[in-house]
Design a protein around this ligand. Structure first.
Ligand SMILES: [Zn+2]
Length: 133
């Protein structure tokens, strides 16, 4: 894994852990009250907002990574966060390895769309390039 990706995943995990921890300690949600009056929402909403800010900042950092495909994913794949994460974790990889990964994950149309756009952007690895993680 690229060090920038490791840093990104660690930052996202830290932000998520913080939120999960707070969620455990938060009072119960009161369904009879509006969100403004609910103690749980009042407690958790700012922590959730902080998590989202931290996650976005980590993504912004990732968009400065040295690998062009990592940068491209950071900038273009926010709508598929879990698939993007899976690809990021697999890099560096050859195109053949990435296609195998996509097949294993059962990505079809979304993967083809990703490949077409990334190819157009000129950020895809070659088909069988020697890579070492
Ligand atoms: Zn609530």
């Amino acid at each position: 894994m690229y060090p920038e990706v490791e840093q990104y995943l660690a930052a996202v995990k830290a932000a998520e852990d913080k939120y999960e921890e707070a969620a455990k300690q938060a009072p119960r949600h009161d369904y009879d009250m509006s969100e403004d009056d609910c103690a749980r929402c009042a407690f958790l909403n700012p922590i959730r907002a902080a998590r989202d800010v931290a996650t976005e900042a980590a993504m912004g950092q990732l968009a400065q990574a040295s690998d062009p495909l990592v940068r491209w994913i950071a900038e273009n794949c926010q709508s598929y966060p879990s698939a993007a994460r899976t690809v990021l974790e697999a890099l560096p990889a050859s195109m053949a390895e990435l296609n195998d990964l996509a097949a294993d994950e059962g990505w079809c149309g979304t993967w083809e769309d990703f490949v077409r756009k990334a190819e157009y952007a000129g950020v895809l690895p070659s088909a069988d390039a020697e890579v070492s993680a």
